[in-house]
Design a protein around this ligand. Structure first.
Ligand code: DSN
Length: 409
């Protein structure tokens, strides 16, 4: 960063502060990860300066021949990774990918059915204050409050009543597998299209570790920076020939202007990394770590929504502790454990307070943590939730020591 240091000491200091924050703490935010140095180099490359509105071979600017090759490479690798016939690597984010996908399948005013935000869905699945809840007439399905699992029977009933054009499935705080076939059957029965948002488990699906919706859902969207371990960004896949052109047009010029070629190159690198056998091993470890963390938390008397996990995250139900997610998050943060509060099924508290804590293992697995470390983390969390402020200094020392042994990539 010698040029930033020389030209802009203010920004240099901020970047160093963030590096230090990440290095000295442990990230258990389920949607975060640490990308490789190669991914970050591509983000900082000269590709950032190039305009390339359009698609490979059909651009609105000259000088796009390298950009064309970059985008073709990213698309080809994405298709190979997920076994898809079409990939659009231009979406700048998961939400932009979702909005583009909806508008390729629906008109404003049409009906959308998505998982409720307080059930672990996402803002872009029809939440009232998201454009997706304003553009479309959205209804939401939820979880069985006793099991914490998607209530498929209620979803089916709601689909029959609401008659959506699109059903979106997938969540940001759902620790279990989604039955893609079952939701596709529900969609078929009401003449809806199924969209799978795999932003969270994309890397686990790419690694073949959990079932893929590609070929079941009409459209699959995702982010590239969570378990997929790439740069911040989004992506759309389909195997439906009649959706390819509408998806292309909906991304550009529908929702975006010029693609970020630097990010697309970084996506290509991340997909290349994900095609290596080591990525599958990493993903397997992510799941093993989440399961070990869950078991160790339960052994310490904590409740988990659904009792455990099949993926990269666990959702702690704090109601028995009589502590809010906000207070638990703050205690962990003081001890250098970065986590986030989260609503749980039937949560009696508001979204800014919550009764849950979401813990994910992608970032700590990238730093090299294994099951034994998860027992130490569970111990640290239990000490904080049980002992409160009096435990912060001791746990912070322990977490800092663990973190300093495990450098960022
Ligand atoms: N904000 C992401 C998450 O934390 O799950 C989803 O966009």
């Amino acid at each position: 960063m010698k040029h930033i240091e020389a030209n802009d000491p203010d920004v240099h200091r901020l970047i160093l502060r963030e590096e230090e924050r990440q290095a000295c703490s442990l990230t258990l935010i389920a949607s975060e990860n640490h990308s490789s140095k190669a991914v970050r180099e591509a983000m900082a490359s000269h590709l950032t300066d190039k305009y390339a509105e359009g698609y490979p071979g059909r651009r609105y600017y000259g000088g796009c021949e390298v950009g064309d090759d970059v985008e073709r490479l990213a698309r080809d690798r994405a298709k190979e990774l997920f076994g898809a016939g079409y990939a659009n690597v231009q979406p700048h984010s998961g939400t932009q990918a979702n909005i583009a996908a909806y508008l390729a399948m629906m008109q404003p005013g049409d009906r959308l059915l998505g998982m409720a935000l307080n059930a672990g869905g996402h803002l872009s699945h029809g939440f009232s204050r998201s454009h997706t809840g304003q553009l479309f007439e959205a209804a939401s399905y939820g979880l069985d409050e006793n099991t914490g699992l998607i209530d498929y029977a209620a979803l089916e009933k709601l689909a029959q009543e609401h008659e959506p054009k699109v059903i979106v499935a997938g969540g940001s705080a759902y620790p279990r597998l989604v039955d893609w076939q079952r939701i596709r059957a529900i969609a078929d029965a009401v003449g809806a299209k199924l969209m799978a948002d795999i932003a969270h488990p994309a890397g686990l699906i790419a690694g073949g570790l959990i079932p893929s919706p590609v070929g079941i859902a009409h459209v699959v969207t995702m982010t590239t920076h969570k378990t997929l371990r790439g740069p911040r960004g989004g992506m759309i896949l389909t195997n439906e020939d009649d959706l390819k052109q509408p998806l292309n047009s909906s991304v550009f010029p529908g929702g975006q202007g010029g693609p970020f070629l630097n990010a697309i190159a970084a996506k290509a690198i991340a997909f290349g990394e994900a095609l290596q056998p080591a990525f599958k091993d990493w993903g397997r470890q992510v799941i093993a770590n989440a399961q070990a963390l869950g078991v160790a938390l339960v052994e310490r008397g904590l409740d988990l929504v659904t009792g455990g996990t099949d993926t990269h995250l666990v959702l702690v139900d704090l109601r028995a502790k009589d502590m809010s997610g906000r207070d638990a998050e703050e205690l962990c943060l003081q001890a250098n454990l970065v986590v986030n509060k989260n609503l749980i099924p039937g949560d009696p508290r508001k979204a800014m307070e919550t009764s849950g804590l979401r813990l994910g293992t992608p970032a700590v697995t990238t730093r090299g943590m294994k099951e034994d470390h998860m027992v130490e983390l569970a111990d640290a969390i239990d000490r904080l939730l049980t002992g409160g402020e009096s435990e912060v200094a001791g746990v912070r020392e322990k977490i800092s020591a663990l973190a300093s042994d495990l450098p960022l990539p």
